[in-house]
Design a protein around this ligand. Structure first.
Ligand code: NAP
Ligand code: MG
Length: 484
């Protein structure tokens, strides 16, 4: 009898179409409502990290360009935006939200091409949440007095906003929506590796007929960000990025009178108790660290598991990891897309070596990786010592460090044993344990029996070296207002 051919369980490729997407060969700076060439004439490439091909040439803004952007923002602030009735401002912000929904597919595809994230994420998370932020803050624009009863509120002026590459459009929305709702004007600096959706958003703002200069987009690298932060006519600096750069910015703005919010790194612990619904927890852990290639500040990069269920949790995690699809970000089946840049892949690889050198046991499922582009298999480290670098430092990649605990106090002590304090997760059947832990964990956001859930109504931000100030919700308004 002929032997039966083994069944091929691999998924058939299901790539999202790129036909509806327009990416120009070259982008200029968006200053005063117009596309302006950089004064130095310098451009850099933004590439697709999944195939290393250039997507577009991007203008690099120098100090003179940043100065022109701040002047345009100041003029728009003085002559138009701060004088406009708040209900009118709200209409523009609603219009931005609506246009973003209309163009959601194009934004999602460009986000995945420029940054490497799986289309499932950009389509279902980044773009809808970005639109939701504009809707939410549009609603607040003419109700600011109700947000802060007994206080008189006024806008700050010109906001300089510098954002990272892991959620390029969403971070732009988090920054722009509250700033505009409160009556400020903006100079926005997207990350060097992911400028495209911010530039597409600038096109959208033109279509929304937002008055010239209310939002200016200056592309470039760190020096451009520093020029925005250091500009003397900026009244407020909002930064999301690494703790290292956050500290530089804190120093640069000290004594300047500029209002500052910092959203920095994280090293979150997901804590699983023996009484947790284990299958659900495993799915949450997977989502918490492998989602978006682990390029998530609040990623659950440490797993603290109660000793009695350690073996079961690890067995189930490994099983689930074997079914994760790594590859083409535009494929709708993909769970883990490309690492954002060559530099970030070098950083992650360095930590994989450090984990092994520090004595942890490495597990990666066997899976084929594309020949070109930057990729990292989902990685699990077992038996991680508290002193290991992979337990202490932010990796910003799909790498999970597993440790065990025996008592609630030990779990709390280990979870808090980090210079960061952005987020944490608790998995248990007992409400009392949830309340106990949430009051003792030093983290800005704590999820219980879920992970990585975001909503514009909910404030987000860190303790300790994860930064200060809150974005989102009513709290997010306070960061863009004088309250007297
Ligand atoms: P990064 O290197 O700090 O960069 C963030 C932004 O700052 C980029 O636009 C960057 O420009 C710019 N920049 C670099 N040096 C600067 C300087 N001296 N002055 C002003 N701006 C400067 O961070 P990243 O590597 O892009 O992003 C990853 C980090 O962001 C992680 O640590 C992550 O945890 C954190 N993050 C935090 C949150 C949060 O909400 N807490 C959210 C997302 C990410 P380039 O274009 O040259 O990079
Ligand atoms: Mg890119």
């Amino acid at each position: 009898m002929a032997k039966k051919k083994p069944i091929d369980w691999r998924l058939v490729p299901a790539p999202e179409s790129k036909d509806h997407v327009r990416i120009d060969p070259q982008y200029e700076l968006f200053v005063g409502g117009k596309w302006q060439k950089p004064k130095s004439g310098t451009y850099f490439d933004t590439i697709n990290p999944a195939n290393e091909q250039r997507l577009a040439r991007i203008a690099e803004a120098g100090e003179a360009d940043v100065d022109a952007a701040v002047k345009a923002a100041r003029k728009a602030y003085d002559t138009v935006w701060s004088r406009m009735p708040a209900a009118e401002r709200a209409k523009y912000i609603y219009r931005i939200a609506r246009l973003l929904q209309e163009k959601a597919r194009e934004f999602a595809v460009i986000e995945s091409m420029d940054g490497g994230k799986a289309i499932r994420e950009s389509r279902d998370v980044d773009v809808p949440l970005a639109a939701a932020h504009f809707f939410y803050y549009a609603g607040w624009a003419d109700k600011l007095n109700y947000a802060f009863p007994g206080k008189s509120v006024s806008p700050l002026g010109v906001a300089g906003q510098v954002i990272p590459w892991n959620f390029p459009l969403l971070m732009a929305a988090w920054k722009l929506a509250p700033a505009l709702a409160c009556g400020n004007t903006v100079v926005l600096k997207p990350a060097e590796t992911t400028p495209l959706t911010a530039l597409k958003l600038a096109e959208l703002l033109q279509e929304a007929e937002l008055p010239d200069g209310v939002v200016n987009v200056v592309t470039g690298a760190g020096a451009t960000g520093a020029a925005v932060v250091d500009h003397p006519d900026v009244n407020k600096v909002a930064f999301t990025g690494s703790t290292g750069v956050g500290k530089l910015i804190q120093r640069a703005t000290a004594g300047s009178g500029k209002k500052l919010t910092l959203e920095l790194g994280g090293k979150a612990a997901n804590i699983i108790f023996a009484d947790a619904p284990i299958d659900q927890a495993v799915e949450g852990i997977i989502n918490g660290i492998y989602f978006n290639q682990g390029h998530v500040c609040c990623a659950g990069s440490r797993l603290l598991v109660e000793e009695s269920v350690h073996d079961e949790v690890v067995r189930k995690l490994k099983h689930r990891m074997r079914s994760l699809v790594v590859g083409d970000p535009l494929d709708k089946n993909t769970d883990i897309g490309a690492i954002n840049s060559k530099e970030q892949l070098v950083t992650i690889t360095k930590y994989l070596k450090a984990g092994v050198a520090d004595g942890a046991e490495l597990y990666q499922p066997a899976c084929d990786l594309p020949a070109k582009g930057y990729w990292c298999r989902p990685t699990l480290f077992l038996d991680v010592a508290q002193s290991a670098r992979i337990a202490e430092e932010e990796i910003f990649g799909p790498v999970l460090a597993v440790q065990t605990f025996r008592t609630v106090d030990e779990a709390i002590q280990k979870a808090n044993n980090t210079p960061y304090g952005l987020s944490a997760g608790v998995w248990t059947d007992k409400g009392s344990k949830i309340f106990n832990l949430t009051s003792k964990l030093r983290a800005g956001v704590i999820w219980a029996n879920t992970y990585n859930k975001f909503d514009p109504t909910s404030p987000f931000g860190g303790y300790k070296e994860s930064g200060y100030g809150r974005e989102g919700g009513v709290h997010g308004l306070g960061a863009y207002l004088n309250l007297n």
